[in-house]
Design a protein around this ligand. Structure first.
Ligand SMILES: [Zn+2]
Length: 293
């Protein structure tokens, strides 16, 4: 039974879709109203939102590991904020959490379409995802075990995931992606309501996922500067196969660097926020996950 769900926007201050969805819902809370559970909406990184940047001191969506939440010496803006949010929407790992489900709204400059980034393996999280893949057949599911384990916003609740929609530049609102994100949230709320009311849902027993394999960095020189860009043949080909010998990067001299790894799928290609994190794209395996309900 889900008693309370949180929808969070503006975890990254330059991703406007989630920020403006929260504003829209604040003006009209009836859009979110469902009979069987309570919903809370929250703008997350207010200072970064005001300044139109991803974060102030460091990435808020990497600030929720148990280690940093319990480190009293961490006093950066986001570290303090993460602890406040954990008190309100967590606490992480608690058997009596304040919120049962968190959906965190993001956008990406990569051509990810409508996608979910999930690290949680709870039964309810995956039932919700199974339902959403039926309601929105274009939805892609990326199971992330990326740069920092268990440090996402949604990790402080027992169930949850991030919605990641693109491509849209940082600091830009696009109505089409705004509406897609909004519709996906409403499907999620409908699912929770039906689940709470024990409605028979005939959920699919299998979900196609992209399972995280590795982070792929740009070619760099000895000073750690990027010396090549994503090749034009790879740009925008998120959720596409990449095979040995495929063009991957183009150097400033116009030379092509070819992919040499095993056959995988490329995701988050050329995401603006990942230049500083040191990856040009991520690589994933496509799998069919069997779900037991
Ligand atoms: Zn984001």
């Amino acid at each position: 039974m889900i008693k309370k769900l949180a929808i969070t926007g503006g975890t990254h201050g330059n991703e406007l879709t989630g920020i403006y969805l929260v504003k829209r819902w604040r003006q009209n809370l009836t859009l979110l109203k469902r009979e069987s559970f309570e919903i809370t909406i929250r703008l997350m990184n207010l200072k970064a939102i005001k300044e139109g940047r991803r974060y102030v001191d460091h990435d808020l969506n990497r600030s929720f590991s148990l280690k940093s939440l319990s480190d009293n010496n961490l006093e950066t803006y986001e570290a303090v904020l993460a602890k406040e949010i954990n008190t309100l929407l967590g606490e992480k790992g608690s058997i009596h959490p304040n919120v049962d489900f968190i959906v965190d709204l993001h956008t990406t400059t990569a051509n990810m379409g409508l996608s979910i980034v999930v690290s949680n393996d709870s039964k309810l999280t995956w039932e919700a995802i199974a339902y959403l893949t039926i309601m929105e057949p274009e939805l892609k599911v990326y199971r992330w075990q990326g740069d920092e384990e268990g440090a996402f916003v949604d990790s402080i609740a027992p169930n949850g995931f991030a919605i990641e929609v693109g491509s849209v530049p940082q600091g830009v609102l696009r109505a089409d992606l705004f509406l897609k994100t909004e519709a996906l949230v409403y499907h999620l709320l409908d699912f929770i309501d039906k689940h709470n009311k024990n409605e028979v849902l005939n959920l699919p027993r299998e979900v196609e996922i992209y399972d995280h394999e590795e982070l792929l960095d740009y070619p760099r020189n000895e000073e750690d500067e990027i010396v090549a860009m994503v090749h034009q043949d790879r740009q925008d080909r998120d959720f596409s196969l990449i095979e040995k010998g495929d063009p991957l990067f183009m150097t400033l001299e116009g030379e092509t660097i070819y992919y040499e790894g095993e056959t995988l799928y490329t995701l988050f290609i050329n995401e603006a926020a990942y230049y500083e994190k040191g990856f040009a794209m991520t690589l994933a395996q496509k799998k069919v996950l069997s779900l037991v309900f």
